[in-house]
Design a protein around this ligand. Structure first.
Ligand code: THU
Length: 139
């Protein structure tokens, strides 16, 4: 699937954003290493802290369908400029970014794009290897 198609899908998906509290709509698409694509939107809650970002929804959908390596993460919002994923989302993405080289593509509603590698945005990763000597279950 090419980027124009993904952009079109994101413009549709962002309509599903459930953001009555912030009124800030966000949509994301995750591309797995094998080419599969999963989308997500931010889902807020009246108990504000339970809200979740669009990127994490998309990542969790992908992972729950068996994806373990993410090559790209797209993010779009209804802000006029491209927005970056928050730090929590970058950390979650890093779990499924074996070399830390996942490409983050930040889009505006008009199609303006900014691109960065995950490790440019989150320079010191807390990776699972650090826990290696404590892990007793297989991933
Ligand atoms: N949000 C995302 O979904 N992704 C981001 O990259 C930044 C923020 C959401 C969380 C919340 O629902 C709203 O945007 C305002 O912070």
């Amino acid at each position: 699937m090419d980027e124009k198609e993904i952009f079109k899908i994101l413009l549709e998906v962002i309509k599903n954003s459930y953001s009555p509290y912030s009124r800030f709509r966000v949509a994301s698409a995750v591309m797995c290493k094998d080419g599969r694509i999963y989308t997500g939107v931010n889902v807020e809650n009246s108990s504000y802290g339970l809200s979740i970002c669009a990127e994490r929804v998309a990542v969790f959908k992908a992972v729950s369908e068996g994806c373990r390596a993410i090559s790209r993460v797209y993010v779009i919002s209804d802000h006029s400029k491209p927005i970056p994923p928050c730090g929590a989302c970058l950390q979650v993405i890093s779990e499924f970014s074996p070399e830390g080289d996942t490409e983050i593509i930040m889009l505006s509603p008009t199609g303006e794009a900014a691109r960065k590698r995950l490790t440019e945005m989150l320079t010191t990763l807390f990776k699972g290897e650090i826990l290696q000597d404590r892990i007793t279950v297989k991933k």
